[in-house]
Each structure stands twice: as C-alpha cells, then as structure tokens.
Design a protein around this ligand. Structure first.
Ligand SMILES: Nc1ncnc2c1ncn2[C@@H]1O[C@H](COP(=O)(O)OP(=O)(O)OP(=O)(O)O)[C@@H](O)[C@H]1O
Ligand SMILES: [Mg+2]
Length: 135
C-alpha cells in the first residue's frame, strides 16, 4: 500500500489522472471514504486520465454512468442510495463488472455480494492538511 497526500482538489485530480494509466480492461476500483471525502473527484480524474472528455457527474439515474469515449469504457457507480442488493442485482449491476471496461464503485459496502472477487481499492481520507489517498 502507498499513500499520496493531496493538498487540493486539483492535486487529487492530477493523481487520479496518473492512476488511470495503471488501469486495464476489466479492472474494478472501489472508491472508499466518507461523504465529501473526494470519491467523485477521484472518479473525475480517472475519467480524464482515460481520455473521457465529457463532464463526469455523480450518477443519479439508475446509479451508474457510462462513458465510452476513453481508452477503456468507464462505468461509474454510486451505490449510496441503492435500496437493496436484490434491487441492484435486478438492475443488472453484476454485468458491468464483466464488460471489459473499468468500474469505479462509490459506496460499494452497499453491494458486497455483487462485487467481483478481484478489485483494487483507493481510499481517500480527510486530514487537517487536505486528503490522504491510500492505494
Ligand atoms: N484535496 C482534495 N481532494 C479532493 N477533494 C477535495 C480536496 N480538498 C477539498 N476537496 C473538496 O471536497 C469535495 C469532495 O466531494 P466529492 O463529491 O468528491 O465527495 P464524495 O466522496 O464523492 O462524496 P459522496 O459520498 O457524497 O459521494 C469537493 O467539494 C472538493 O472540492
Ligand atoms: Mg460521490
């Protein structure tokens, strides 16, 4: 495990952009951290690093946003409001993990039984100086 200390949103974006270069087809990355820690900022940076040019916003409709224009397809999940795992299963969440793209999952603790067995984790934590990013 390694730690990057970020002092601003822009530093987090740039770290995430570089991190995106390490991703390959089929990778799932759990974005962990409390509300407002910066999980969506990480997702924006990763999207940028993959070459996604459209604006990345928090998924609301059906919990998942798809971006197809980058180096790899990108699927960004926000499971905060997912009512149950059964509900998510019925929406086809699991299929996204085997589509050969990159899956970024916020609030993955709400869908533990749907996650693939292999995943990476990036954890972002607020500190008095900014954010710590563990990866
Ligand atoms: N060093 C930093 N890195 C990332 N975000 C930062 C940093 N410093 C301040 N911020 C701010 O923290 C906020 C992070 O918001 P973000 O929506 O990414 O959080 P989140 O973890 O996705 O929350 P939620 O669980 O509600 O989805 C943004 O307003 C961002 O500008
Ligand atoms: Mg978010």
């Amino acid at each position: 495990m390694a730690v990057f200390v970020s002092h601003s949103e822009e530093e987090t974006l740039r770290w995430a952009e570089a991190f995106a270069g390490t991703l390959t087809a089929g990778d799932t990355v759990l974005l962990e951290g409390e509300m407002g820690a910066g999980k969506t900022v990480l997702a924006k940076g990763i999207a940028r690093g993959l070459g996604v040019r459209s604006e990345v916003t928090s998924p609301t409709y059906a919990y998942i946003n798809s971006y197809e224009e980058g180096r790899l397809p990108l699927y960004h999940f926000d499971c905060y409001r997912v009512p149950s795992e059964d509900y998510a299963r019925a929406l086809g969440f699991e299929e996204y993990f085997s589509m050969g793209g990159v899956c970024l999952v916020e609030w993955s603790e709400n869908i533990p039984s749907l996650l693939p067995k292999d995943f990476r984790t990036v954890k972002i934590t607020k500190t008095p100086f900014g954010r710590e990013i563990e990866f």
